[in-house]
Design a protein around this ligand. Structure first.
Ligand code: HEC
Length: 195
């Protein structure tokens, strides 16, 4: 009786203690590995290194590449829905910032830059950000790719367009579906497998 119970439990215990590493490499362990089909593996927010040095503007100056302000804003409006800017090739600024472009933006966006932004503080330890730093943060975190070159036309354009959206922006925190940063609420943050 005792024996039968133990022999039935033993394989289950093995599976449990195989943990996340599947280090023995056998097919059985791989199949039983609870992390093998980790639903969070593709989460752009999970265990992501935020390249704070590349994001910080410091004394770097944006390069308009000969465009007027109006031309930069127009170019930025085009880039807003350009998914080729993202790490997965299918996300654009307009994926989250839909409609007039300000969806998912919190009341902080109403203030002149530089200002406090929760995501910048949570993910990069920054107390306040310039408009360009905010574009770079959204490149690195939700867009899951490298920050843009500070000298690039793209960064000047996206920054100019972002700032242009502040005109007439009315904070609607209560109605904002993204008021709680989706990265901060990452259900995989405590993933024992490291996501
Ligand atoms: C996956 C969703 C997502 C994508 C894609 C995304 N963002 Fe954001 N963005 C957010 C969220 C969430 C916030 C709010 C951050 C906060 O307030 O903590 C935000 C805030 C902002 C803000 C305003 C911050 C403030 O309060 O001053 C700007 C500007 C911005 N994003 C620009 C961009 C640009 C430019 C792109 C494309 C290169 C982009 N975002 C792509 C989710 C996204």
């Amino acid at each position: 009786m005792m024996f039968r119970r133990i022999s039935w439990l033993a394989p289950a215990a093995l599976v449990l203690f195989a943990g996340c590493s599947a280090s023995d490499g056998t097919e059985t362990a791989a199949e039983a590995n609870p992390c093998a089909a980790n639903p969070c593996a593709a989460n752009p927010c999970a265990a992501q290194e935020v390249p704070v040095d590349a994001i910080r503007q410091g004394d770097r100056v944006l390069n308009a590449h000969g465009n007027t302000d109006a031309q930069l804003v127009a170019l930025g409006a085009e880039l807003w829905s350009d998914a080729s800017l993202s790490g997965n090739g299918s996300t654009s600024c307009s994926t989250c910032h839909t409609g007039d472009g300000t969806t998912a933006m919190n009341p902080t966006f109403a203030q002149p830059y530089p200002h406090f932004v929760q995501m910048a503080n949570d993910r990069a330890g920054m107390d306040e950000v310039t408009a360009a730093e905010m574009v770079q943060l959204c490149m690195a975190i939700p867009m899951a790719t490298d920050p843009l070159d500070y000298d690039s036309e793209e960064l000047a354009a996206l920054t100019a367009y972002s700032v242009s959206l502040q005109d007439g922006f009315v904070p609607t925190a209560a109605a904002n579906p993204c008021a709680a940063n989706p990265c901060a609420a990452n259900p995989c943050a405590a993933n024992p497998c490291g996501g």
